[in-house]
Design a protein around this ligand. Sequence first.
Ligand code: GDP
Length: 292
Amino acid sequence: MFGRPKTIQDGLARTRGSFFGRIRQLLVGADVGVDITTELVDDLRRQAEAGKLRTPQQVEAALRERLVAMLKQGAPSVIDEPRLLTVILVVGVNGSGKTTSIGKMAHYYKQRGRKVILAAADTFRAAAIDQLKIWGERVGVDVIAHQPGADPGAVTYDAIRACQARGADMLIIDTAGRLHTKYNLMQELAKVRGVAAKQVHRAPHETLLVIDATTGQNGLAQARHFKDTVGVTGIVLAKLDGTAKGGIVFPIVQELGVGVRFVGTGEKLEDWAEFDPEIFVSGLFEQNGSET
Ligand code: GDP
C-alpha cells in the first residue's frame, strides 16, 4: 500500500521523506489526530534511522502493531461477568446513534440468551421515548417508560424493579444527551447513576459512550465532557459504515483510558459487532491507504 520497493536501497533510504509523509497523511486523513500521528511518525522514523526498521513493510507492520496496542488499553468489558442483573448506562450527545445502538445491543444480547429490559431515561424528548419503544418492539424486549418530562431517576428505579420482577438479567438505560444544558444533564446523569448504584450492587457495571464515527475531532470534546460528568467505562463507535475516518477513537481511547466495546455499521439490527482492534486497524489501512 505504501508502494513496495524491491530492495532496501530502493526503499527507505531514498524515499524516506515522502514515505513517512504518506504515513502521516494516512493517519491524519483517518482522523487519528495530529498529536498521536506526530508521536507515531517520529517514533517510526527514529527506529528506521537506528536501523531497527529496514523496509517499508517493517515500518508498516510496526505501525499496525502500535495502533492495535493503543486500542487494547483499558480494562476489558465486565458485561459478561455472571451476576443477577447487569446494568448498562448508555450516554452520548443527541444524534450520535445512542438509541439505535441500544436497540442493536439489546438484540445482540437477547440472541446470546440474555433477558434484556430497556429503560427510557431520556425523558426530555418525547421522540426519544417513542424511538426506544419502537426498538423494543422490533427486538422483542420490554421498555420501561414514563411520560415525557418525568424524573429519569424514577424511570431507572421502576426499570430495575421490573427487571427483578420479570427475571431480566440485563438492563440498558437510555439517557439524555443535550450538551447545551450541561449543568442539568450532569445532575440528571448523576441521579440515574445514583439510583442504579443504590438498587443494584456495583451498578452501573458499564457506562458506554456512543460516539458518531463521522464527527471527527469534535468527538474528542464530547468524550472529555462525558468523562467528567458521568464517567465512562467503554466506547461504542456508531456509524462506522459512513466513514473511513474512525481514527478519532485513538485520541478518545487515549484520553479516557477505556476500550472500544462495539461498533455500529448501519441502521439495521444486525449492523453491530464486537470491536476487534486488528480488524479495525486493517480497515483503516485499506480504506485510507489505497492511494498512498
Ligand atoms: P440518538 O439521538 O443518539 O439516540 O441517535 P439515533 O439512534 O436516533 O441515531 C441518529 C441517526 O443515526 C438515525 O438516523 C440512525 O438511523 C442513524 N444511525 C445510528 N447508528 C448508525 C450506524 O451505525 N450506521 C448508520 N449508517 N446510521 C446510524
